[in-house]
Design a protein around this ligand. Structure first.
Ligand SMILES: Nc1ncnc2c1ncn2[C@@H]1O[C@H](COP(=O)(O)OP(=O)(O)OP(=O)(O)O)[C@@H](O)[C@H]1O
Ligand SMILES: [Mg+2]
Length: 347
């Protein structure tokens, strides 16, 4: 039996702004086993990064987590551990900054590759030293041992070892990204959350690095959540997928199910917008309209205003989550009817 590592249950994260609230993440639930890779996909602004950092409890200071949200990592509920009831807003919890126990989990058990990580290294220190420093902060080993480990990591991610003593500006974009991956692996975490890890790179480098990440994931048996707006990026390396639209998870299942037996109109639209890198050339079809303003999301189904299959009920009532096949869920009023009818990759 695969061993469960992460259980996110009804996670809701809202941002307080002057004019009210931004409902960035609402009732998001999914599970991840040890050694499993999940792709979290969706258009820009739909709440992917907020979900990722809701897991590690590294959210902006105006973020509030709704009561009832759970993030259970290896049996420990991070929300219970690292938040307290908000004094200002009832029904919400606030993250306790500098929570000592939470800090032990970050990097050591869960590491992150941040969106825009190309600039994550401090320009005035050598890259290798920054990784050595990260190791020494968390582990009781000598500097020499830490340097040895960085050398091994560089070999693993494909950077020449003599580059350890270079400064960030001496690295190419692809090398910086590889160094970030080395940093994420440095403390042998159980989970890596990679937020748009290759978006800034050209397609060839992107493909190479993703291939290497997939290999490392297997070799190290580390679980991964890969966040991306480009579904073709995760098609080959993710075991399962969670499709996000306007703060909701609209479809979850194995990668095969999501690509071949698509059960949500939004995923169908994404597949048309991002055809596979290796597949035949098809005409790209942009999704008409744009995602809603999350400070005032539409009632009913949040995708309804852009959905070609929408009927009256979709504009009125929030859809239930329907299990269309074992382990395959779609948040759509017409999930059963559309299942098997939508244009997945196979058609
Ligand atoms: N600190 C904040 N205060 C207010 N609103 C925020 C804050 N951070 C993010 N948001 C809003 O929350 C929503 C979700 O943002 P998030 O960054 O999670 O989306 P995303 O899916 O990662 O987008 P992208 O693909 O562009 O990175 C967006 O509407 C965004 O504008
Ligand atoms: Mg993001």
């Amino acid at each position: 039996m695969a061993k469960e590592l992460l259980d996110v249950r009804n996670l809701s994260v809202h941002y307080k702004i002057l004019a009210g609230w931004v409902y960035a993440v609402d009732n998001v639930s999914f599970k991840l086993n040890r050694g499993e890779t999940m792709g979290l996909v969706g258009e820009s602004g739909c709440g992917k990064t907020t979900t990722g950092y809701g897991i590690t409890q590294l959210l902006a200071s105006n973020a509030y987590i709704k009561d009832g949200s759970k993030v259970i990592f290896d049996g420990k509920d991070f929300v219970e551990m690292s938040t307290e009831p908000s004094k200002k807003f009832s029904g919400y919890r606030k993250i306790i900054e500098y929570h000592p126990e939470m800090r032990k989990y970050r990097w050591k058990r869960i590491s992150m590759i941040f969106q825009g990580a190309m600039n994550a290294f401090n320009p005035v220190f050598k890259v290798g030293d920054q990784i050595i420093e990260a190791i020494l902060t968390h582990e009781d080993i000598t500097e020499e041992e830490a340097r040895k480990r960085v050398e091994e990591l560089y070999k693993l991610v494909g950077i020449p070892v003599d580059r350890i003593d270079n400064y960030p500006h001496e690295y190419s974009g692809g090398m910086k990204q590889r160094a970030m991956i080395a940093m994420a692996l440095a403390l042998n975490p159980d989970l890596i959350i990679a937020d748009e890890p290759t978006t800034a790179l050209d397609v060839v480098t992107q493909d190479k690095i993703l291939g290497e990440m997939a290999r490392l994931q297997k070799e190290k048996d580390v679980a991964m959540i890969i966040i991306t707006h480009d579904v073709s990026v995760v098609a080959e390396m993710a075991h399962k997928m969670a499709v996000m639209y306007a703060g909701h998870l609209v479809e979850t299942g194995t990668t095969r199910q999501i690509f071949k037996e698509t059960a949500h109109p939004y995923m169908e639209a994404l597949l048309k917008a991002f055809p596979s890198i290796k597949g035949e050339r098809k005409r790209l079809k942009a999704i008409p309209g744009s995602p809603p303003d999350l400070s005032n999301p539409p009632k009913g189904c949040r995708f309804a205003p852009r959905c070609p299959y929408a009927k009256d009920i979709c504009l009125e009532e929030e859809p239930p989550v329907v299990e269309v096949a074992p382990g395959h869920f779609s948040k759509c009023h017409f999930a059963e009817e559309l299942y098997g009818e939508l244009g997945g990759e196979a058609k």
